[in-house]
Design a protein around this ligand. Structure first.
Ligand code: NAI
Length: 284
């Protein structure tokens, strides 16, 4: 399958990154969010990132304009997906929101279009079951920041066809990424391994074992991690971290995945990390 026109739904941290990399790899992209302010914010992030690449001499001004020319910001979901070969969904990590959205995508996107989700942890099989084309639904889990990180976890739902898998695998390669095949279990591989570590670091803050700075320093200098778990949690977004822990907890029914009460408290306070200016650290 030759994928040339895609739609990215959700113009937040992940959606804007996915749209940027897709447009840079030559695809035509409609970028969708709920209102103009949000979709324009996503587009501005892309412009800023491309501008930085021009400053570093990696892109010419003309190339930047050409890439931006392949991006179309939109707020009308039905119109945005009507002529695409594939949709990549990157809206908030909430099962109800995603299944409702997939129902709408199924209604408006061409019958042969692939519907991919960038979910961090939600069951692909269940999202697929909300559509009449479960064989064309797949997980395409990019890492943050998308323009920098090489990995894409490609997750097969129970009904995902080999043809869909192959198309997404080659699209990921075309976008300069390295796809890794994973089966559909809560948290897949990346977040099943990563998120309990982050949650445990939050428990260590909660129990007064050490300060966030000290915990991050132990993991950076002691384990050679490029960034401490609490810095990473702020970067991912604490709301997303909480959704993922809840998905692991619900999916496995094992108390080892219980989200730390401090994580819940921060999220209720609106301290979501970098994107809101405050999480375990304060950002200007
Ligand atoms: P974000 O909060 O930055 O962006 C989400 C965007 O989706 C917002 O702009 C919101 O307005 C928009 N949105 C919500 N409902 C919508 C709808 N019905 N239609 C169109 N747009 C809608 O969140 P972020 O971090 O970009 O996460 C998005 C997805 O990517 C989540 O599923 C998350 O689990 C996943 N993800 C996040 C990673 C991270 O490090 N933040 C890494 C990999 C995956």
């Amino acid at each position: 399958m030759n994928i040339q026109r895609i739609s990215v739904i959700g113009a937040g941290q992940m959606g804007s990154g996915i749209a940027q990399v897709a447009a840079q790899s030559g695809l035509h992209v409609t970028l969708v969010d709920v209102d103009e302010a949000r979709v324009n914010k996503g587009l501005q992030t892309i412009e800023k990132n491309l501008g930085r690449q021009v400053e570093k001499g990696r892109l010419t001004e003309a190339q930047k304009e050409e890439i931006l020319g392949r991006l179309r910001p939109m707020t009308d979901l039905a119109a945005a997906v009507v002529e695409v070969d594939m949709v990549i969904e990157a809206v908030v990590e909430n099962k109800q929101v995603k299944t409702d959205l997939f129902r709408q995508l199924d209604e408006h996107a061409p019958a042969d279009a692939i519907l991919a989700t960038n979910t961090s942890s939600l069951p692909i099989t269940e999202i697929a079951a909300a559509t009449k084309r479960p064989e064309k639904v797949i997980g395409m889990h990019f890492m943050n920041p998308v323009p920098v990180m090489k990995l894409v976890e490609v997750i097969r739902g129970l009904a995902t066809s080999d043809e869909t898998f192959r198309a997404v695998d080659s699209l990921a390669r075309h976008m300069g990424k390295t796809p890794v095949e994973v089966q559909d279990f809560p948290g897949f591989v990346s977040n099943r391994v990563l998120m309990p570590m982050i949650n445990e670091a939050i428990y260590a803050v909660y129990e007064g074992v050490a300060t966030p700075e000290a915990i991050d320093e132990v993991m950076r200098l002691g384990m050679n991690h490029p960034m401490g778990p609490l810095t990473l949690a702020d970067f991912i977004g604490l709301d997303t971290c909480l959704y993922i822990m809840e998905t692991l907890y619900e999916g496995f029914g094992d108390s080892k995945y219980r989200p730390c009460p401090l994580l819940k408290k921060y999220v209720s306070a609106g301290w979501l990390g970098r994107k809101t200016g405050r999480g375990f650290y304060v950002y200007e």
